[in-house]
Design a protein around this ligand. Structure first.
Ligand SMILES: Cc1ncc(COP(=O)(O)O)c(C=O)c1O
Length: 362
């Protein structure tokens, strides 16, 4: 029988958060499900998006325009850059994959924090690229100095989820400036800002601001979180024209589907929805952090649409009790944090219900 490439034998698939249907099937829950395990937008899609998809439905027998120029222009305008600096992907996951396709050979190595978003390592395994893992520092943040050392010696690309997943932590402008100072432009730094829209701290750089520090950079953004399009799969990267051109070479002609293009354009116009999504996270994050701390749990300071909490010795009991009530949160034992959980910010009533259930157990 045909054999897969030898380096793929040890590869395990990405463990996604459970969907509502899976949970109903597996646990027999018939009531409401509170989905706080995958960092999605709890508001549902923008109305403008639903209208745009309905309008575009009659056109799905046509291919989308392969250059994606209209979408790229809208993205470029959002960031005050040229459309030649934009690359679009079928989810930001695909933009991450372009980095492996365009820049990394099997003898190369990347550097990532441990833990961090699992797909960096998965892609490295798929493309047979080496991985250096740097543990987070004591305060659960990227250890920039150790990562820099590796970039100055043997790593070709560094991937940073910033805000970091699953902790929600960030680094200041001063820390980033120091990190970039003295780095060679022969390396690439990828700043994955899946949660960048939820950064409230003005001392933290976001998106195009990173280019003030270093040119050999790719900033990755997604439509899956603040923009509420996770199910459509749409993401993008912004970089110098040279880097964007290299990434563009490995992109399939129709990698983003027609409905995603129309929905992406529509949600950019719906400023009210975007503001509401962010406000919901700012308020819900402050509420959940405060209430969980009041109950005696350690909660990490988050700038993302989730909080990471240590339920300590009652972890399993609390997790099971929440599940029974239909509240899904993400256990972090796979990340090496046995008693910790990642809780996505929900609607105000969902956040309140979670706190009520946890309080009732103590
Ligand atoms: C840090 C990070 N990067 C990228 C992604 C992938 O997002 P997308 O839905 O755009 O593929 C996620 C998804 O949760 C994430 O947490």
């Amino acid at each position: 029988m045909i054999k897969p490439k030898p380096h793929l034998t040890k590869l395990s698939p990405y463990p996604p958060g459970k969907t509502e249907e899976e949970v109903r099937r597996e646990l027999g829950i018939t009531g409401k499900i509170y989905k706080m395990n995958s960092n999605e937008n709890p508001l549902g899609p923008s109305r403008a998006v639903i209208g745009a998809i309905q309008k575009a439905a009659s056109q799905v027998h046509r291919y989308p325009e392969a250059s994606y120029i209209e979408l790229k222009k809208a993205i470029a305008q959002r960031h005050g850059i040229s459309e030649k600096q934009v690359i679009v992907g079928n989810g930001s996951d695909e933009v991450l994959e372009f980095v492996f396709k365009a820049f990394l050979e099997p003898e190369d190595c990347i550097v990532i924090s441990s833990p961090s978003f699992l797909m960096y390592e998965k892609f490295a395994e798929i493309y047979n690229v080496g991985v250096e893992k740097v543990p987070l520092s004591q305060d659960f943040r990227h250890n920039l100095s150790k990562i820099k050392k590796l970039l100055l010696s043997r790593a070709k690309v560094a991937f940073f989820d910033h805000p970091h997943n699953p902790t929600g932590t960030v680094l200041s402008k001063k820390e980033w400036r120091e990190f970039f100072n003295g780095l060679s432009e022969d390396v690439l730094v990828v700043i994955d800002e899946a949660y960048g829209d939820f950064v409230e701290d003005k001392d933290v750089p976001v998106a195009e601001e990173f280019f003030e520090y270093f040119p050999s950079l790719l900033v990755i953004k997604t439509f899956s979180k603040s923009l509420g399009l996770a199910g459509l799969r749409l993401g993008y990267g912004i970089a110098s024209k040279e880097i964007a051109t290299a990434l563009e070479k490995v992109r399939q002609p129709f990698n983003v589907n027609l409905l995603a293009v129309k929905a992406g354009l529509a949600v950019f116009e719906d400023k009210q929805y975007i503001e509401k999504s962010k406000r919901l996270v700012f308020e819900g994050r402050a509420y959940l952090s405060k209430e969980l701390q009041k109950l005696g749990f350690k909660v990490l300071p988050s700038q993302a649409n989730f909080v990471m909490v240590d339920f300590g010795e009652n972890a399993e009991k609390i997790y099971q009790a929440l599940l029974k009530k239909g509240i899904l949160i993400r256990p972090l034992s796979a990340y090496g944090f046995k008693t910790w959980f990642r809780i996505s910010i929900g609607l105000p009533e969902e956040n309140r219900y979670l706190i009520e259930v946890v309080s009732s157990l103590l």
